[in-house]
Ligand binder design. Structure first.
Ligand code: PMP
Length: 290
């Protein structure tokens, strides 16, 4: 049986979950979204995801026609209706149906969609062997243009970078800022460890403030590990002892090569391993009940 999709107040079978071709989400990428995960009946850090969704919407002047509570209930109800206790959940709010012009004032009402399905993950093997990634020529969008803090439907910047990684035969791309600082990957944040200190790019440089990123910073500090949110270059990563990515789907995944250069001893390191273990414990009880 197919999925039941939440669409503007109703649950409909996936074949009937249709949106207008005049929707500005479709025509212009005018909208925002969230990728959320549920573990064993608990939606991990649902409040943080809902808050980020509303911040993204506010930043593009899109008024979501639901309270945050109602939106949280939509997420949980979508899981219930699909009998999912472990799920990947996608919430999408677009500007809605308008005309062929750009003017968002012509759009009648936002389109709200929630989908939940079972999750497809990176192959388990990669958590042991680590990823091979490259820095790509495409730079991360500048904050003064489309700010990467906004989780907008406009992912072409990330898709261009993902394509460049695929052409080079590696799994993931690191995007640099306009100035050449390390920003993030196409759908994950990036961390490194050197001499027992954990470092990750500061969000003001222009990147998404990942929910997983925030959780990992908290977990590291709880272990007494110093964490710096700072400005990092390729040099810092080439000379790091460890590197890993964080994201809702990937959780924490190790990186062992950047631009074909070996990071540390070429194997996932002990800080990564400890934090992955902590994270897998955290998701067992840090969530909203479905
Ligand atoms: N950066 C980008 C560009 C992303 O799309 C994502 C995934 N939402 C992340 C980072 C990681 O964020 P999170 O930990 O909230 O999934």
């Amino acid at each position: 049986m197919g999925l039941l999709i939440y669409l503007n107040g109703e649950f409909v079978p996936e074949e009937e979950a249709k949106v207008s071709v005049f929707d500005h989400g479709y025509l212009y990428g005018d909208g925002v979204f969230e990728g959320i995960r549920a573990y064993n009946g608990l939606v991990f850090r649902l409040k943080q995801h809902i808050d980020r969704l509303y911040d993204s919407a506010k930043a593009i002047n899109l008024e979501i026609p639901y309270t945050r509570d109602k939106m949280s209930q939509v997420v949980c109800e979508t899981c219930r209706r699909n009998n999912l206790r472990d799920a990947y959940i996608r919430l999408v709010v677009s500007r809605g149906k308008g005309d062929l012009g750009l003017d968002p004032r012509k759009c009648e009402a936002p389109t709200v969609v929630c989908m939940a399905s079972s999750i497809t993950l990176y192959p388990q093997e990669l958590y042991k062997t680590g990823l091979d990634v490259i820095t790509v020529p495409t730079r991360r969008n500048i904050a003064e243009g489309v700010n990467p803090r906004i989780k907008s439907l406009n992912y072409l910047n990330n898709i261009m970078a993902k394509m460049e990684a695929a052409i080079a035969g590696v799994e993931e791309a690191i995007l640099l800022t306009q100035e050449g600082y390390v920003a993030e990957c196409t759908g994950d944040n990036i961390f490194m460890a050197r001499d027992g200190v954990v470092k990750t790019p500061a969000t003001h440089l222009g990147m998404l403030q990942g929910v997983t990123r925030d959780a990992v910073i908290e977990l590291a500090r709880k272990r007494g590990i110093r964490v710096e949110e700072t400005v990092l270059t390729r040099y810092d990563f080439f000379t790091a002892d460890e590197c890993w990515l964080t994201g809702t789907a990937a959780e924490l995944i190790p990186v062992v090569k950047i631009d074909n250069r070996v990071i540390g001893d070429g194997r996932p390191g002990p800080i990564f391993a400890a934090l992955l273990e902590d994270y897998r414990e955290l998701v067992k009880d840090d969530g909203a009940e479905i």
